[in-house]
Design a binder for this molecule. Structure first.
Ligand code: URP
Ligand code: ZN
Ligand code: ZN
Length: 467
């Protein structure tokens, strides 16, 4: 008799980035060991008839327990963040080990391991954020860390405490080229933003709606073009993160047309929010303050088209969890802030996949294969986790989400599992929900209930990106 499987999932239709077929899934020791019919016997069987089996989501851009200055604190750590991800069908998260000015990059990575260790219920890897590219960092630490499995890092062109100047970015890109790593670029022009901000503040325009006015598409377009130029000069691919609208998309298309390898990411906020959500003189709009800001409906359509036409390789949450009624969050010290002091970023780990599935797949804008590619397969490839993550193949980890494509759900913060006190998507109805999710064969969520175990998630050293 064949060896008994740990788990057998029967009756589901399997959907990957390339294929759709009916097969049972045999799982042993956390891995997929068989796809077929008449598998078994198994210690446990899950009947998934009527459901779709998709690779668990890979959320390649989220912020958890990231050290903040100015008395700020993120609402989610690796326990609550991973729990929320799991309940939204995500089985791998890649948050950021952020260097502080004056800190060694190695120390930042070690500190982040302390923050993550024993907490995550799903597997995780780290990107790094390079803030202080000293000769020691460029010549010693970064090359060594790349070799050890930290093969992607983010650089910022804005934010006073994070930004690099052009020459520093060129230096970091050069290290990435030599080590075969991937640089993620936050592309907004810092000086333009601060000049516009000063003018708005001088005019007494300080409510959240002016956040969008201080960061128009031109500042994103210019910085995107500049980053593309750096990529050309150094001859290394880059990935532009959180692209918000048509003007940055035009730059990316232009560069691709010239043969450059420019990758791009977008996020739910650029499909579902607009600058109108930042309010009209009230403070409630602080809940939707993120950078780049949400644009307008025409730009939402441009982003949808970009998803459909493969401008984007990755669809991430950019979950940046700051509670609203929190003296360490959006209402810093319990007070309403001028827009330039509101912490940037919004929550979205748990709603990322249902929002894209609903508007994209059920809305007829992208195929279900594109959905899997954008949310799982391509991030796994670009960040060196494929084929362990990102597909349903014999030998892959048994990270599986079972979707009911017709389930209607009204999103409300009370049903979400993060520790943020709001969701920007309150009251929206989505169609399609991941009703069961398995992380290496362990059931971590079922029907909006968290069933995982903090600490079961493993750290994943990353291979070189598949570019
Ligand atoms: O507003 C945003 N996106 N905040 C999170 C940090 C970042 O730049 O990704
Ligand atoms: Zn960013
Ligand atoms: Zn981010």
């Amino acid at each position: 008799m064949a060896q008994e499987l740990d788990l057998l999932i029967t009756g589901a239709e399997i959907v990957t980035a390339a294929d759709r077929f009916r097969a049972d899934i045999g799982i042993q020791d956390g891995k997929i060991v068989a796809l077929g019919t008449a598998l078994g016997p198994a210690r446990k069987t899950v009947d998934a008839s009527g459901l779709l089996a998709l690779p668990g989501g890979v959320d390649a851009h989220c912020h958890l327990d990231q050290p903040q200055g100015f008395g700020l604190r993120m609402a989610d750590d690796f326990v609550s963040g991973s729990r929320s991800a799991a309940c939204g069908g995500t089985t791998t998260i890649i948050p950021f080990a952020a260097q502080l000015k004056g800190q060694s990059l190695r120390a930042a990575v070690e500190d982040y391991h302390q923050r993550a260790g024993g907490k995550s219920c799903i597997d995780y890897a780290f990107h790094m954020i390079v803030v202080d590219p000293t000769p020691e960092v460029l010549e010693q630490e970064l090359p060594a860390l790349i070799r050890e499995g930290y093969t992607s890092f983010k650089v910022y062109m804005t934010y006073d405490d994070l930004k690099l100047n052009d020459r520093q970015i060129l230096n970091v890109l050069d290290v990435a080229r030599q080590g075969g790593a991937l640089v993620m670029v936050h592309a907004e022009n810092s000086d333009c933003i601060s000049w516009l901000t000063d003018r708005l503040v001088a005019d007494g325009k300080t409510t959240p709606q002016y956040h969008a006015v201080s960061r128009p598409q031109a500042v994103e377009r210019e910085a995107t073009h500049r980053a593309i130029t750096f990529s050309e000069l150094v001859d290394v691919p880059i990935l532009i993160v959180h692209v918000s609208g048509s003007e940055a998309i035009e730059q990316i298309r232009w560069a691709r047309g010239r043969g450059q390898r420019i990758y791009a990411e977008t996020c739910p906020q650029y499909l579902y929010l607009t600058a109108e959500d930042l309010g009209h003189g009230d403070y409630e709009g602080a809940k939707c303050v993120c950078s780049p800001p949400p644009r307008d409906e025409a730009n939402q359509e441009a982003v949808w088209r970009g998803l459909a036409h493969n401008v984007f390789s990755v669809f991430s949450s950019d979950h940046a969890p700051f509670s609203y009624e929190d003296p360490h969050g959006k209402k810093l010290r319990g007070k309403e802030q001028k827009f330039q002091y509101i912490p940037n970023g919004i929550p979205g780990l748990e709603t990322r996949l249902p929002l894209l599935f609903s508007g994209g797949v059920n809305g007829g804008r992208i195929s279900i294969h594109q959905f899997v590619a954008l949310t799982s397969t391509q991030p796994a490839k670009l960040y060196g986790l494929y084929p362990r993550k990102g597909s349903l193949m014999v030998g892959s980890d048994a990270d599986i989400s079972l979707w009911d494509p017709d389930r209607k759900v009204v999103i409300s913060n009370t049903m979400l599992h993060h520790d943020v006190d709001y969701t920007p998507y309150e009251g929206r109805t989505v169609t399609g929900w991941p009703v069961m999710t398995f992380s290496r064969g362990e059931l971590v969520s079922r029907e909006f209930e968290f069933l995982g175990t903090a600490g079961k998630g493993e750290f994943l050293p990353c291979d070189k990106p598949m570019l």
